[in-house]
Design a protein around this ligand. Sequence first.
Ligand code: GAL
Length: 678
Amino acid sequence: MTIFQPDFLLHGADYNYEQWLDYPDILAQDFRLMGLAQCNVVSVGIFSWAMLEPAEGKYEFGWMDQMLDSLAENGVRAILATPSGAKPAWLAHAYPEVRVVDGNGRCEPHRLRHNHCPTSPIYRQKVRQINTLLAQRYKEHPALFMWHISNEYGSYDCRCDLCYNAFREWLQARYGTLEALNHAWWTTFWSHRYTDWSQIEPVDPSVHGLMLDWQRFISDQVLDFYLAEIEPLRAITPHVPITTNFMQPNVGLDYWKFAQYLDVVSWDSYPRWHSQPEGDTAVAVKTSFYHDLYRSLKRQPFLLMESTPSVTNWQGISRTKRPGLHLLSSLQAVAHGSNSAQYFQWRQSRGGEEKFHGAVVSHAGHEHTRVFREVTAVGAHLAQLQNVTTTCNQAQVALVYDLQNEWALDLARLPRSEDKLYQERCIAHYRPFWDAGITVDLIDSSTVDLTPYKLIIAPMLYMLRDGFADRLHQFVQAGGTLLLTYLSGLVNESDLCFIGDSPLRKLLGLWVEETDSLFAHHVQALHPMADNDLHLSGSYAATHFADIVHLDGAEALACYGHDFYAGQPALTVNRVGNGRCYYLATRPDSRFLHDFYTALSTQLDLPRAIPTPLPAGLTAQVRQNGREQYLFLMNFQPAPQTVNLGAAHYQDALSGDGVQDMVELEGYGLRVLRKEIG
Ligand code: GAL
């Protein structure tokens, strides 16, 4: 691995120089405008294969030489892409096996992008060839800063023979024998037993183990494709760090696993700002959750590789960003651990699918636009915050957001299959910490180290991966606090139900006898018990799922209010060793989550960005090292708000002015404050 530790914050965009080769005046303008906006990086060559290799074996690197030279002359670094995200027409026509085959056996016509077969040996060979040439040619080029591998790898659901055969080999490696596979997938059900590997086709949604393994296989196969792509780059340019741009997390790739093979995680963020009648807070919370995820994948700063400086053209409706929001949303990424703010795209293209997508430079072609001014403001802020790159966010709370669990849960046919909403519920449990300015890491349930945390929250952990129950037990035994909920610990990694005692029984100090599924008009009540040690009182609404449990060591902290199980436990705590394990047997309203986590955070003395409560719709996030701390105050409300800093003394990180007591933030405003610590 190459360690990626930039000593500056990256500011830049996807730059499609090759679209403008016939417009030298425009290209000359670009470098002037990049200077004005303080752009110090651009991602280049992402979709240039057809321009680099216009016919098989015929290469034209001249334009790329010229582009990289100009970038170097202008002090702009290149994040150079490998071009596998979009193949040239000649390649798709000469070698149809490189195209994706759909469920009806039809080979996709040459069109669009991000649609290659992840297994095709020919595609891998062609990609290797072009990547090798790029690396050889530019290995010493002063502009070469980082590799951008392909573009937004997805879950290529290719159903060609090559993929099916690779899947069967993957299964043979995983299960060894058909007998083991038949048991793991419980194929005696509906007479689905396989008697030959060749009979296995991932087309049966009723065999959940099969479909779960198909998803795992695709994820592994795309990772394998990536590893093949980077081989020549590692060999020829071992000093150049490597990333690939991830998307929002639920795209069918196990990013937790993938991230181990990147030098730095990067991702493309496209929140739907101004889309909600209630305002932008929920959008901001979700975006923060994603940023925290991408920081947590390697527990290191990440890069915001793409975001729009203004609008998208693929979300149905995309409003222009209200004044201030662009700076706020760009610095929001930095606040959560990004060392960059980058955009799609530098210059709006003249034709094609994305000609109306937002860009730093619009079709007007000059800098006298509101968007350009807002981008310039981001450039100016990042230039003054360089030291932020030496800091990171430090969390004592971890929330389990496990992608394989999400796949398994999505497949499950439960008495209530509607509105399982795994990701949304993880975000609901994350929200109270965002509101309070408490840093949260996200973790998955594979092998991640649990020891840095005081509190672990694992909503709806339907699938218990091997060894995780024991690791949670050790965490609690050693003094940790854990929260689990309904729909947890039901199946193993093959999606087979646990029989007899649940592996969580000792930890929870209870067992679940039944789960009631509630229709929308059934609202349960959750009544805290008198004198519970979290001081919860009154009554809360609960919906969707309600476990009916038997205590076996745990103590009830709240009970149900209605129906034949009224009075039975709805929230429990079990003391294990030096720690505690809470069980939330139902889906509570947001008020409950707020009150519950506020009480728990106080009991556990979790560090907050500032000691005083934050106004609604405003969050505070902290990045620090042993010497200094940066406090990011961010107001996602359109109206101004005031924050009380308490007794602490800060400096404004931009102006250097002293700041204490009450701080004013404009609507969609932000302040970055700094103080020395330690
Ligand atoms: C990203 C993609 C870019 C561009 C952008 C538009 O997902 O990587 O190439 O299409 O979306 O929002």
